[in-house]
Structures are given as C-alpha cells and as structure tokens.
Design a protein around this ligand. Structure first.
Ligand code: NAD
Length: 256
C-alpha cells in the first residue's frame, strides 16, 4: 500500500475533513494518530474508522498540550512522516461585536497550532529525508467574506506560513502545501448557519442557497472524501514537486 510504513498525525480528526483524511491515510497503509474533541463514543468511532488509530486529546489552542501530543507521537508512532494541520473553528460576527476571546481562539487553533506542530515535526522529517506537511486552509485563505474577520485572517496567515516553511525545507525531501476547500458539508458549516441567519436576517434555506452555495459556481458542496483524496495525492511521490502550493477545491469560487 502506498503509505505503508508512514506515520501520520492529523489534528482535528474526530470529525469532518480531518477524520476523512485520517481514514484515507489509514486505508492507504499509514499508522495514524488522530486528535480532536468529542465524547468517548465519537473518539472511539473515529479511531476505528482511521485504522485503529492512536488518539491524543491535545487542545490546539494550548502550545504545551501540542508539544505533549508531538512527544506522544514520537513515543507511540516512532516519528511523524506526515503532518496534517486541520483543526479549526469558526465564529461569525461583525468586527465591532467580535468577542476578543473568539479572535484569540481562532488565531490560536486555526493558525498558531500549525506553527507549534510544524516546528516539532520538521527535525525528524529532515533526518528521514522525507516529509509531508498538509495544512487545511480554506477559500478564505485567498478571499474574504464579511463577518469572518478572525477566520479570514488566520487562513490567509496559514497560507503564508505554508509557503515560508516550504521554502525552508525544499531541499530536505519535505513538501508543505495547503488545501483550500470552499464549502464542505461538515459540522463546522452546519454550526455557522444559525449565526449567519442572525447576522444577515435570513432563513436557513436562504443561508444555504444565497450565502454558502452562492459563492460556489458549481452550486455544490465539496465532499470530505474529495479533500481527503487530494491530501493523499499530496503524500504521493507524484506530488513531490508540489510544494508551497495552495490547492483550491472550491467549485470555482476563487476563479470569480
Ligand atoms: P469540524 O467541526 O467537522 O471538525 C473540526 C475538528 O477540529 C474536530 O475534530 C474538532 O474536535 C477539532 N477541534 C476544534 N477545536 C479544537 C481544539 N481546540 N483542539 C483540538 N481539536 C479541535 O470541521 P471541518 O469542516 O471538518 O473543519 C476542518 C478544517 O477545515 C478547519 O481548519 C476548517 O477551517 C477547514 N475548512 C472547512 C471548510 C468547510 O466548509 N467545512 C471549508 C474550508 C476549510
């Protein structure tokens, strides 16, 4: 199998896109450590889907917990060949009402956590002469939407961070890339519908059709399996010259 012998850490993998990526890597033969929140049943189910994956519950807003997760990966997996920085949250509010603690949490989870994992994963990848760093960015790493100031700032930030890391490790057999989905039907999208209804005074159907899918010329949601397939491709030898890229999967959104 393509990923046999490879060891992967996927953050935010108890749900949505991260879980699909963890599953795809495990199905391809990688040994996976997942991370993310959830009750015991959700975590057990996610571990099962990702090939009896290891689990670490580090809160991605806490650098000390991230360091503990990376140390556990070193101990329990023996190293990290593939790092997928995927954990993320959203909050929708006009900037003048945006709660400062939500700004801090989004920047910490959606951006800074990738710095804390990457800085700890790169030395081992350099020694191995092989590594793959895949960051789940977003169409919001390229364009903005109103009421998502923190998210847009964090996602633009991770796109820049990815490019800088890609250049630093370019001769070490390591690639670093972003995948930038448009709207993917996951709990993260579902949860922001009530806030968007309130912020814009719209019904649920109007938010789905006139706000979410309006941005996507194909008028379809991206699937988690499609994002996972792209992540798996980025891990392949065929993708060894793709680095520092920001791969859009947004139904044409950012072409407009
Ligand atoms: P999701 O809510 O289904 O999953 C988010 C995951 O992150 C969960 O496993 C959750 O437990 C975990 N998480 C949240 N806070 C955490 C924390 N503090 N520490 C550790 N784990 C934490 O959402 P999703 O849609 O699958 O989102 C995954 C990534 O994809 C995010 O970075 C998101 O910004 C990005 N994204 C999503 C969409 C979309 O439309 N769903 C589009 C573009 C980008």
């Amino acid at each position: 199998m393509m990923m046999q012998g490879k060891r992967a850490v996927v953050t935010g993998a108890t749900s949505g896109i991260g879980l699909a990526i963890a599953k795809a890597l495990a199905d391809a033969g990688a040994r996976v450590m997942i991370n993310g929140f959830g009750d015991a049943a959700q975590i057990a189910a996610a571990r099962g889907e990702a090939g009896d994956a290891l689990y670490h519950g580090a809160d991605m807003s806490k650098p000390a917990e991230i360091a503990a997760m990376m140390a556990a990966a070193q101990d329990q997996l023996g190293g990290v060949d593939i790092l997928v920085n995927n954990a993320g949250i959203q909050f929708v509010s006009p900037v003048e009402d945006f709660p400062a603690e939500k700004w801090d949490a989004i920047l910490a989870i959606n951006l800074s956590s990738a710095f804390h994992t990457t800085r700890l994963a790169v030395p081992g990848m350099k020694t191995a002469g092989w590594g793959r760093i895949i960051n789940t960015a977003s169409a919001h790493s390229l364009v903005a939407s109103p009421f998502k100031s923190a998210y847009v700032a964090a996602k633009h930030g991770i796109a820049g961070f990815t490019k800088a890391v890609a250049l630093e490790v370019a001769t070490d057999g390591i690639t670093a890339n972003c995948i930038s989905p448009g709207y993917v039907w996951t709990p993260l999208v579902e949860k922001q519908i009530p806030d968007t209804m309130a912020a814009r005074g719209l019904s649920r159907e109007q938010v789905i059709e006139d706000v979410l899918l309006k941005a996507q010329p194909t008028r379809q949601f991206v699937t988690v399996e499609q994002v996972a397939a792209t992540a798996l491709f980025l891990c392949s030898d065929a993708a060894s010259q793709i680095t520092g890229a920001n791969i859009s999967m947004d139904g044409g959104w950012t072409a407009a």
